[in-house]
Design a protein. Structure first.
Length: 148
């Protein structure tokens, strides 16, 4: 599948490909690709995906969060080492596909304790801006419903 590179910001440090392989009882499972890991990150549900992606953006410090995430306990395991090294190209990320659907995500801002950005549904090349992580999840869920 060829993606129109003009519809995607291929220079974004946090370019992500979300490959949905399984949608069972509204639990989406699949693989998550980004520039800083050769191997895919497997997720078992969309909540898992959000946590993984947010940690990635904290690690690369892009986009910078406008607020610090709250937690009940800040242990030494919560400190994130900055400055991950890129090991995948944009073409490699864009070439990955899911069995059910593929979404190319670019989070442009992290304001008001959530995400804002753009998502491209690769199979249809439809793109949409989202104003929160919840709205992103609803767009993914709606696209999968439409695909069925």
């Amino acid at each position: 599948m060829m993606i129109d590179r003009q519809k995607v910001d291929i220079s974004a440090p946090n370019l992500m490909s979300i490959c949905i392989d399984k949608d069972q009882n509204h639990e989406k499972q699949g693989r998550f690709y980004h520039r800083y890991s050769v191997e895919p990150v497997v997720f078992t549900d969309l909540n898992d995906l959000l946590i993984i992606a947010d940690r990635l953006m904290d690690q690369i410090d892009y986009p910078q969060a406008s607020t610090r995430s709250r937690t009940f306990f800040y242990g030494k395991g919560d400190r994130i080492e900055k400055g991950a090294e890129r090991v995948r190209s944009s073409d490699e990320i864009l070439s990955e596909t899911g069995k059910k659907a593929t979404f190319i995500v670019n989070v442009q801002y992290r304001q008001n304790a959530t995400w804002q950005g753009k998502v491209l549904w690769a199979e249809t090349e439809k793109s949409c801006n989202f104003r929160s992580a919840l709205e992103l999840l609803k767009l993914i869920d709606g696209a999968l419903d439409e695909a069925e």
